[in-house]
Design a binder for this molecule. Sequence first.
Ligand SMILES: Nc1ncnc2c1ncn2[C@@H]1O[C@H](COP(=O)(O)OP(=O)(O)OP(=O)(O)O)[C@@H](O)[C@H]1O
Length: 250
Amino acid sequence: MRPASAVSADHAIRLDAVSRVYGSAGGAVRALDAVSVALRRGTFTAVMGPSGSGKSTFLHCAAGLDRPTSGSVRLGDVELTRLGEAELTELRRERIGFVFQAYNLLGSLTVAENVTLPIRLAGRRTDDASLRRALTAVGLGEHGERRPNELSGGQQQRVAVARALITRPDVVVADEPTGALDSRSGRQVLELLRHVVDDMGQTVLMVTHDPVAASYADSVVFLADGRLAGELARPTPEQVASRMTHLGEW
Ligand SMILES: Nc1ncnc2c1ncn2[C@@H]1O[C@H](COP(=O)(O)OP(=O)(O)OP(=O)(O)O)[C@@H](O)[C@H]1O
């Protein structure tokens, strides 16, 4: 067996020595500096760090939305940095589920149409069983015909989670998924992400500013000034807040 396949059996995503430099020469900003992180399949990882520490850049590089200046990003066996734009777009659509702070639902489509959009964009037919499964998993089995603006913020974010799950992606990437929600709705979304990992075997990667949100993860990766600044397994909100305080302003 090739060593690479042994690695990919365990890891959904693996970043090795990833650096991302914006701009050039005197104005260059090193947003990520030789960061190596491996996400095991079926685990929930949170990324935290002070403002400007490189969290979004990390998420974007891990999910193939941005290209590292150097280093390697692997999704399973696939080296993302070697893919062309069209291949990368297809890989994102088929193998990565995205959840954003602002939900990013289309107001003119029903909930069901929003959820099945990634499948239809891939040119495949949607099957009712997958749709029902995805809506039921997020507790919205009865809301398929509603429009997003007829739902609460928490419900809209759960639609976004269903949309992220519909293709059964290798990894669900969530960028501040609770940032726009009150604490109760936020908790429901976090419990849902936990359920997606524990009961559906998904891998979740989440950027957050909130130590309580981070405590739902199996481990927290801390960034500071673009560098890896530690990891914490089985985090409590207090432990996360304490680490953050040591990393500076947040
Ligand atoms: N397109 C860009 N061009 C130039 N610099 C950038 C660009 N995107 C990010 N940066 C810089 O890279 C660094 C890391 O930014 P990034 O957005 O990844 O941090 P962050 O931890 O997500 O911040 P926040 O918590 O404030 O969202 C910052 O210094 C930022 O100003």
